[in-house]
Design a binder for this molecule. Structure first.
Ligand code: F6P
Length: 534
């Protein structure tokens, strides 16, 4: 499928990105997409008009438009689980009726959102309180999509916080819950157990520990626990009354769930109005994704840039580099979104994928990363396409100087990756520093930057709830388009199951119940090491 583009890539491999700007002075705008206040610039890549046409053809060949219509319309596009994929409905609660299995999903979804808002208002005003008074703290217990979305968004929107402090416990490592609970008052802490299935072992273990902590500390678990889940039976079995349960349907995938009840901690932190703005931002990106022609379609062009770098140029990873400290969990969030969605080895019909699945996604906020791994980005032998994100304006006008430094660093990095520094330029520098002969040459070679390294930049005016909603929906649709082009199911995650099963089989062995004979030598030795140390 990528052969024509690969040929094009091979033919043009001598081409330099800076030369493309020389050839086309309009390149920056010709290879950018604007949507509302957002600008996505992919001009610092080797994508040319010919390449773009070839990439857009992939959308046609793979019927991205058809799959998109099926997704928004409630079709069962998650074929291995026979489920619709309708997280987009969560951010469009007032849209027209939408039928799944012959039932309208919009009205119940609106009802749940209104219940969440009512609860958030009561908690934030102190009308709903713990035995020690108004809730000062909220602990969200969840993992994967039941953690990463809320934690990423809550950190991102810190300037809007005017509700209780929010904390997030995910890891089954007791250190996590211990270190958080020890700072809190069990009589004024609201505990949210967030789990789509309500069976995830990490979450249920942490939830049981939190309940013991509340009860031992004079709290009232019945009043202080909320559940966010698709399973009424499981939440009831845990002892959470129905009025404290906020349900959702199985057509909301875990990693797409921050827009609904799983986002309750975010709503408690920033308030229902800001949460609605977050939804509205997501919906605006949905509308754009559904209607804009491919060339001006931001999610599609972000996806096609990804396909170009990973499938055609052969770059195995991509770095997400937010120059925005409050987006520090965005790379982790995107790791789940992208790698759990598109890290598959078979096509929808079960046949082996004839090309690579989605790339490894990683990253850290700038400028911190500059003082850590950027060395490899600039001079390492592997090319890592970099995806920069930056706000034109910060939230701290009194610290404007910081923001200016942040922005120029972001722009400088993409410029440096593209331009590089030739041996000639490095020699001139070394000569000016007093070097001569062989030593000048040796020193200069260490200071050469190959350049021609691709990057994209997403600029937004300021990280508001609305803009955050747009950014998250942008990435969701990017993953969707890449998945459709690859012909895989982006909405299941069978690859997480085997490890869970094996952990279940190992627990009795660790406790000395049963024989480890069936295990391989390494696993037996590791088990024995732990048992001996206990
Ligand atoms: O193990 C992977 C996974 O199923 C993710 O897809 C999901 O987001 C996470 O676990 C948590 O699942 P749950 O919300 O059901 O606890």
């Amino acid at each position: 499928m990528f052969d024509a583009l690969k040929t094009l890539h091979a033919e043009k491999c001598g081409e330099n990105i800076p030369d493309l700007f020389e050839k086309n002075p309009q390149r920056a705008s010709a290879f950018s997409v604007r949507f509302e206040t957002l600008l996505f610039d992919y001009s610092k890549t080797r994508i040319t008009e010919e390449v773009r046409e070839g990439l857009i053809e992939l959308c046609e060949e793979q019927d991205v438009a058809g799959r998109r219509a099926a997704m928004f319309g409630g079709g069962l596009i998650n074929e291995t689980e026979q489920r619709a994929v309708l997280h987009t409905a969560l951010r469009d609660p007032d849209g027209p009726d939408l039928l799944v299995d012959g039932e309208d999903v919009r009205a119940p979804l609106r009802h749940t959102l209104e219940r969440m808002e009512d609860l958030a208002r009561r908690v934030r005003s102190g009308a709903l309180a713990g035995p020690g008074g108004a809730f000062t703290d909220v602990v969200n217990i969840g993992i994967g999509g039941s953690d990463l979305g809320p934690v990423m968004a809550t950190l991102a929107l810190a300037p809007y916080h005017d509700g209780p402090r929010c904390h997030f416990v995910s890891n089954v490592d007791g250190a996590h819950i211990h270190d958080i609970l020890q700072r809190l008052d069990p009589k004024t802490t609201l505990v949210i157990v967030a789990s789509k299935t309500f069976t995830t072992v990490e979450t249920m273990t942490n939830a049981a520990t939190a309940r013991r902590w509340v009860e031992a500390g004079g709290g009232a678990a019945a009043r202080q626990f909320l559940a966010l889940s698709t399973s009424e039976e499981e939440t009831a079995a845990f002892g959470i009354p129905p009025e404290h349960v906020f349900g959702f349907e199985d057509w909301v995938g875990g990693r797409y769930s921050v827009w609904g009840p799983i986002g309750l901690s975010l709503m408690l932190a920033v308030g229902p109005e800001h949460f609605r703005d977050f939804l509205a931002g997501g919906k605006s990106m949905d509308d754009h994704f559904r209607t804009a022609p491919w060339e001006q379609n931001m999610p599609a062009m972000l996806a096609l840039t990804g396909i170009w770098h990973h499938q055609v140029c052969g770059c195995p990873t991509r770095a997400v580099l937010p120059y925005d400290q409050r987006l520090r969990r965005l790379p982790a969030y995107l790791q789940q979104l992208e790698m759990e969605s598109n890290g598959k080895s078979v096509a929808m019909d079960g046949t082996p994928l004839p090309y690579n699945s989605g790339p490894v996604v990683w990253g850290e906020p700038g400028t911190n990363g500059q003082h850590a791994f950027y060395q490899l980005l600039h001079q390492g032998t592997t090319v890592v396409p970099a995806e920069f994100l930056v706000a034109a304006k910060g939230h701290e006008p009194e610290l404007d100087q910081h923001h200016q430094l942040l922005v120029v660093n972001c722009l400088a990095q993409s410029e440096a990756l593209m331009r590089g520094r030739s041996l000639e330029e490095a020699c001139a520098l070394m000569k000016a520093a007093g070097y001569e002969g062989a030593e000048l040459d040796r020193q200069a070679r260490h200071r050469v930057f190959p350049g021609n390294r691709p990057s994209t930049t997403l600029i937004y005016p300021q990280l508001t709830p609305y803009v955050l909603g747009q950014i998250i929906a942008l990435y969701e649709h990017r993953v969707f388009v890449e998945g459709v082009i690859l012909g895989i199911n982006s909405f299941d995650q069978w690859g997480v199951e085997l490890g869970k099963e094996l952990a279940n089989s190992l627990l009795p062995l660790l406790r000395g119940e049963g024989s480890a004979d069936g295990k391989d030598g390494s696993t037996q030795a590791l088990l024995k090491f732990v048992q001996d140390a206990q």
